[in-house]
Design a protein around this ligand. Structure first.
Ligand code: SF4
Length: 322
């Protein structure tokens, strides 16, 4: 493993049991994540994209052990985090933090936001209450808020401010790695740009590494260095951002990209509209999982799973026709 690799995810699978009958026996499985592999290097922003329900959020939660994996491995700085006992995992937690889509739901409405930000410091026994308060005020300022916001309650803030509070809460433990799950999708477009800029500024100031999860390629375009495209729990294409935008290989990536607005009016992209809904991960299509919606599908696609192939230049794709 290269020394600059911070996170290494290998053949990760997260299946949820479907129970039924009087005895609530397991009668099937939802394959939310179904064999995903990628690495994230220090200082990189890795964008994980795909439609709602494709398993990208479950990847983030499985990496942090917020949900359990079914198989595969997750290594952080070379340590397999699924081999750690509770105490060692707790010791690692400050280095890996999560920013939620809706910070309001993760904030207690009866707790002052400053106390909510300071709480992890006290929980981990890293300092006393007075110092935790000071550090919470500092991190609020770092996130574009004022120290007097410490004493206010979550309902007193707008959506954009609440996301800044969510980011401050993730930053208080001085992590190296942040997983941000759709952190701007609930915000107005103008506020989205502010929060994206905040993520970028914090990365420069603190050398952070991000896994940025989004359904919107136009958002990850401005922040990410590498992009992985997921469909029904499987990675369909992965590569450096510039390469992926200039030379998308997978029909699904091409369809997602065709919906991204272009700034140059002379550069036109033909919109590819996918037919049908995302199939259920409890009963995914055979062969290539995308074949039921792929405009290029051939007979082979219905029966054979395409290999995930290295196309050179760290560009990977799973499609029979590439
Ligand atoms: Fe489409 Fe077949 Fe390629 Fe899958 S393998 S993306 S169905 S052409």
């Amino acid at each position: 493993m290269a020394s600059d690799v911070l996170l290494e995810v290998e053949d990760l699978r997260t299946y949820y049991p479907i129970r039924g009958g009087v005895l609530q026996r397991t009668i099937g499985q939802v394959k939310a994540v179904d064999g995903v592999s990628f690495v994230i290097r220090r200082g990189e922003t890795f964008g994980l994209v795909g439609e709602s329900g494709c398993g990208k959020s479950t990847v983030g939660r499985t990496i942090l052990r917020l949900v359990s994996k079914t198989s595969g491995s997750v290594k952080f700085r070379g340590t397999n985090i699924y081999e750690l006992n509770k105490a060692k995992l707790r010791g690692l937690r400050p280095q890996m933090q999560f920013v939620f889509q809706d910070p309001y739901s993760s904030l207690n409405p009866r707790v002052k936001v400053g106390d909510a930000i300071a709480e992890p410091l006290i929980d981990h026994g890293l300092c006393g209450k007075a110092e935790a308060m000071e550090r919470a005020k500092e991190v609020l300022q770092l996130c574009g808020m004022a120290p007097y916001h410490y004493d206010r309650y979550p309902h007193e803030f707008s959506g954009g401010q609440r996301q800044r509070i969510g980011i401050a809460r993730a930053l208080i433990l001085q992590p190296d790695f942040i997983i941000a799950d759709e952190p701007v999708s609930a915000l107005d477009v103008s506020i989205q740009a502010q929060i994206i800029n905040l993520f970028r500024d914090l990365q420069e100031a603190r050398g952070l590494t991000y896994l940025f999860i989004s359904h919107d390629l136009s958002i990850v375009e401005h922040l990410c260095t590498t992009i992985g495209v997921m469909y029904l729990g499987t990675m369909m294409e992965l590569g450096p951002k510039c390469e992926l935008f200039a030379n998308p290989l997978h029909p699904y990536t091409k369809a997602l990209l065709s919906a991204v607005p272009v700034s140059n009016p002379e550069t036109r992209r033909e919109r590819i509209v996918l037919k049908g809904d995302l199939p259920s991960p409890a009963n995914p299509p055979s062969g290539c999982k995308f074949h039921t919606r792929c405009p290029l599908a051939v007979e082979q696609c219905r029966t054979e799973v395409p290999d995930y192939r290295d196309m050179g230049g760290e560009h990977y794709v799973a499609c029979h026709l590439v």
